[in-house]
Design a protein around this ligand. Sequence first.
Ligand SMILES: Nc1nc2c(ncn2[C@@H]2O[C@H](COP(=O)(O)OP(=O)(O)OP(=O)(O)O)[C@@H](O)[C@H]2O)c(=O)[nH]1
Ligand SMILES: [Mg+2]
Ligand SMILES: [Zn+2]
Length: 320
Amino acid sequence: MTAPPPAAGERQVGRVVASHGRQLDVEDANGVRHPSRLHGRQLRVVCGDQVHFGYASAGDTQANVYDILPRRRLLERLNGRGLPEPVVANLTQLVVVIAPEPRPDWEVVDRYLAGAEWASIAALIVLNKSDIDTDATRAAGAQLGTYAALGYPVLACSTRGAPGIDALRLQLKDATSVLVGQSGTGKSSLLNTIVPEARAVTQEISAATDEGRHTTTTAALHDIEGGGALVDSPGVRDYAPPLPLARQIGEGFREITAAAAGCRFADCLHRTEPGCQVRAAAAAGTVTARRYQSYLRLLTLVDRFDDPSRPGGGSRPPRR
Ligand SMILES: Nc1nc2c(ncn2[C@@H]2O[C@H](COP(=O)(O)OP(=O)(O)OP(=O)(O)O)[C@@H](O)[C@H]2O)c(=O)[nH]1
Ligand SMILES: [Mg+2]
Ligand SMILES: [Zn+2]
């Protein structure tokens, strides 16, 4: 749809539905899209942001985005220097998409979930491509049981006819959800199934490497008929959320938080401290060894970014 440009100087509130560097698509209150550019060098806008925008003069083909309204929840990632970068703003739910192919990287799943816990964002896990009838699918399904036991909603679905899409629709209703996960798990395919008008580009996984090829390169937001919005995001090879202090890392892992209540020391990091109930639980299997490893590796990452003598170290701004 094309809109008559608003009168020069008039500013309205809109929502960023796509962002390609400094070029944006802003949707106004009537659902009309306005190609826009950032006004001001310092502005850093992401998909999902609420912004003030308007046309500088009548007849302009592009609107200007002047500023960002306060963000509620924000999905962020750590860049290589250990600095947080915004990915999607004002979301309410993180949907971690895995598949039998490419093989799930569970540490990436744990990091998304930990980031969601630290940022108070609801999260669920979706096993897509459940139409593929292989041991890999069954193994992934079994791992999902661990997460269900922790209270995370989990569901299996497929964009190729097998059941599960209705359950996913129900989870997405009235929420602003972002699809995240490894490249090639079928995030854009899921978006196209839920919002057919989106017509997002999808692509076969490269057969040579069994690695997704990062088909989606920018996040884009689409309204879901009947309520809610869905953001498709580029796949990742690896992911780290912004990290809290070392003693707060455990709060990203529900079972570690629960077991930590029994540790001898209140500031126990659950590494080698005596009287650590988390380590005991990991040895006994009530905390899965794999999740415990994910926890320890995040702690190591905190050490690295806090150590100024290391590359990228000491660059982390103080948090909380
Ligand atoms: N068998 C099967 N294949 C699927 C399913 N969903 C998606 N695919 C295929 O998986 C491949 C990758 O799908 P995409 O939707 O492009 O994956 P993506 O997660 O968006 O990938 P990136 O944009 O790179 O992150 C495509 O060849 C899809 O046709 C499914 O439910 N079953
Ligand atoms: Mg995609
Ligand atoms: Zn402990």
